[in-house]
Design a protein around this ligand. Structure first.
Ligand SMILES: O=P(O)(O)O[C@H]1O[C@H](CO)[C@@H](O)[C@H]1O
Ligand SMILES: O=c1cc[nH]c(=O)[nH]1
Length: 256
């Protein structure tokens, strides 16, 4: 290492961030994080005084107000590498609570498209967090956020056909490499669902001293044999709406 070797823990701090295109002061303290940029306007439909702050690469950011709280929505893109970048840069510009509102495939029997899945911890089957922490380092959400997401989701869906599950999930890196053996191994470990971002979100949040959580809508059920190619779009879309409402209410209740 020379005296001019770049130190990424300090470079760019206080400036407009390179990937997300946001400067300190432009966003709220809480951010909702879908993977897909096209779901950011869906979150904005719940907000008033909406502003588009930036759109670079897969990271679209909009802000607005919900029941007196300033809310940010930023898309992470798919997978842990871009999620870690978005989380790091959002934290640098003032975000202290990150709530992923995702889609995820069920791994236990009975989970159907549109059901809600609240994360209590993530099996780290990704490469990104290996660069950050020991393999045994836990990827866990903030416990108050996880509990409140579950409580609110159950209230919102009471009396409907939508079920809410709370439990462990896995973050995989390789969507099309999830073979039958891996799916059945995850099922026998009691893992509820698979997605691709929470591992990075939780590890980065813990290492930087901020809060994180995740609620997903079930897109399919890999154990039951329902795939994304089975016309599940409408149920999934309803699940996204419910998960966004649950995250917004959590931000209000916990004053994030
Ligand atoms: O819909 P999002 O939030 O992107 O979540 C899920 O969808 C993508 C795979 O289809 C992955 O990003 C996975 O985590
Ligand atoms: O990782 C994922 C996420 C959603 N659906 C899948 O089949 N895999």
């Amino acid at each position: 290492m020379t005296s001019s070797t770049v130190d990424k823990s300090t470079v760019g701090v206080g400036e407009r961030q390179y990937h997300i295109g946001i400067a300190p002061g432009e966003v709220s303290t809480v951010a909702l994080l879908p993977g897909d940029p096209f779901r950011v306007p869906l979150i904005a439909e719940f907000l008033t005084d909406v502003k588009t702050v930036a759109h670079q690469r897969e990271h679209l950011t909009m802000t607005g107000w919900y029941k007196g709280r300033h809310i940010t929505a930023t898309s992470t893109g798919m997978g842990c590498p871009s999620t870690a970048i978005a989380a790091e840069e959002l934290i640098r510009v003032g975000v202290t609570s990150l709530i992923r509102v995702g889609s995820s495939a069920g791994l236990q029997p009975g989970i159907k498209p549109g059901d809600l899945l609240v994360s209590e911890g993530t099996l780290r089957n990704d490469g990104t967090t290996a660069a950050y922490a020991h393999p045994g380092y836990p990827a866990v959400p903030d416990l108050r956020i996880a509990t409140t997401l579950g409580d609110v989701a159950r209230e919102l869906t009471a009396g409907t056909a939508t079920e809410v599950y709370s439990g462990l999930n896995v973050s995989d890196d390789a969507f099309y490499a999830e073979g039958p053996e891996w799916i059945s191994q995850l099922n026998s470990l009691g893992i509820l669902n698979v997605e691709m971002e929470s591992s990075a979100l939780y590890v980065v949040a813990r290492l930087r001293g901020v809060r994180a959580g995740m609620i997903c809508a079930a897109s399919s059920n890999l154990f039951d044999g329902t795939s994304l190619y089975d016309g599940v779009k409408e149920a999934l879309s309803e699940g996204w709406t419910r998960s966004i409402e649950a995250a917004l209410e959590t931000a209000v209740r916990l004053e994030l």
